[in-house]
Write a protein that binds this ligand. Structure first.
Ligand code: FA5
Length: 378
């Protein structure tokens, strides 16, 4: 603060002279106008309106003035500070608006850019096909059952009435799993554990797990020592159906097969049975369905040959039959009271003729160019 003002005249106090106050105000206004961004404006604000700013120091000088001089000096400094604060607020608003406009431009989202450069995945057509078939039976009240892929030989063969010397048990057909210590059976044979060669062992498991009546559908992966070629793969998928109840006959099996192909391929579809042999069904049959492309019209009609069924009118689907009473007995079900039917077929083969896939290897190579045309079902 200045020394006592002997003449009691504010103009004698250097900091309170009108031209000095004007200069301080103009300097502040110039600094605010020159501030190009909010940080610089903040520095100018501290310098020209802060506690140590020239105008704040001049304001303090007013306290030393005699009472009659205080009002005029106070008015002068007050007007200058008011003008400075107003200019500061105006510039602040301008710079904030500029910043907001800049941020809007810099952070703008271009909604026309492609949003999903990473393609969405989808389930494999084999999986969707398997679920579609299973759904037909679930809607009829069947239960989905599962069994292990590493299976006891007893479930895979013995419970299903395969004789001890059945050729399917040989290593050229079946993958045997080595015991944990690498040992084999006491007779030098296999370990008693196999990679299941079909989904039929789930029949035995289901009968042992549940009380009759039993209605199950079992989709799953199976293994055989087949070479990978256009129509075979060592790892493939089957879907198995088993119904055990009182009074079931071959007519129920035929009606169920017809319902399945009609649900999957159209109302005019039908199946036919040809005699065959499976140890676990008696009688057994090979089941064919009407060719879904030519509907049988190509048979004996050289003008309309059909590549899908080789003009035979029928396509082989899989095996079926009435559950062998020996299987029921082995699984604790009374064959005098209950009878049953079962069928099983390969999903890869079904996908092949359903979608004209010529080479089964395409299904296992994981190339999206193969799976994409089947759609992006999740
Ligand atoms: C069986 O596996 C019997 N368990 C089916 C069955 C179930 C009969 C219930 C009676 C009652 P098969 O060995 O024929 O049957 O095989 C069934 C289907 O699996 C064949 O029709 C074929 O579509 C498919 N399949 C067999 N081997 C292969 C393979 N290496 N690659 C792809 N599919 C195969």
């Amino acid at each position: 603060m200045s020394a006592p003002n002997k003449s009691y005249d504010p103009v004698e106090v250097e900091a309170l002279k009108p031209e000095e106050i004007e200069r301080m105000r103009d300097e502040a206004l110039a600094a605010f106008a020159a501030a190009g961004d909010l940080d610089t404006l903040q520095e100018a604000k501290v310098a020209h309106t802060g506690g140590a700013s020239p105008l704040a120091l001049a304001n303090r000088e007013i306290g030393a003035l005699p009472p009659h001089a205080k009002a005029a000096a106070g008015k002068l400094v007050g007007q200058a500070r008011g003008a400075v604060n107003k200019a500061l607020a105006t510039r602040q608003t301008e710079l904030e608006a500029e910043r907001d406009a800049r941020v809007l431009v810099e952070e703008a989202v271009d909604v026309t850019l492609p949003h999903d450069r990473v393609p969405a995945g989808a389930r494999h057509p084999l999986t969707t096909m398997m679920e579609r078939v299973a759904d037909v039976f679930v809607s009829m009240g069947y239960e989905v059952a599962e069994g292990p892929e590493v299976e006891a030989e007893w479930f895979n063969f013995d419970a299903l009435n395969f004789g001890p010397d059945h050729p399917a048990r040989q290593m050229q057909d079946t993958f045997f799993v080595q015991g944990a210590d690498g040992t084999k059976d006491s007779d030098g044979g296999e370990s008693g554990v196999v990679l299941r060669t079909h989904t039929s062992p789930v029949q035995a498991r289901a009968l042992l797990d549940r009380k009759a009546p039993v209605y199950i559908v079992c989709p799953g992966r199976v293994y055989r020592t087949d070479e990978l070629d256009a129509t075979h793969t060592p790892v493939f998928h089957q879907i198995e159906l088993l119904a055990v109840d009182e009074g079931l006959t071959m007519a129920d099996l035929k009606g169920t097969l017809d319902h399945m192909v009609q649900s999957l391929f159209g109302a005019d579809m039908k199946t036919r049975l040809r005699p065959n042999f499976f140890p676990f069904t008696e009688p057994s049959a090979e089941m064919d369905m009407l060719c879904y492309v030519c509907r049988g019209d190509s048979v004996g009609n050289p003008d309309r040959p059909c590549r899908t069924c080789s003009s035979e009118g029928w396509i082989e689907l899989g095996g079926c039959g009435m559950v062998n009473p020996r299987v029921l007995t082995a699984c604790g079900v009374d064959p005098e009271k209950y009878s049953g039917f079962a069928f099983g077929f390969g999903i890869e083969r079904m996908l092949m003729f359903r979608h004209n896939v010529e080479d089964m290897r395409d299904m296992v190579e994981g190339d999206v160019r193969f799976t994409r045309p089947f759609g992006m079902e999740i």
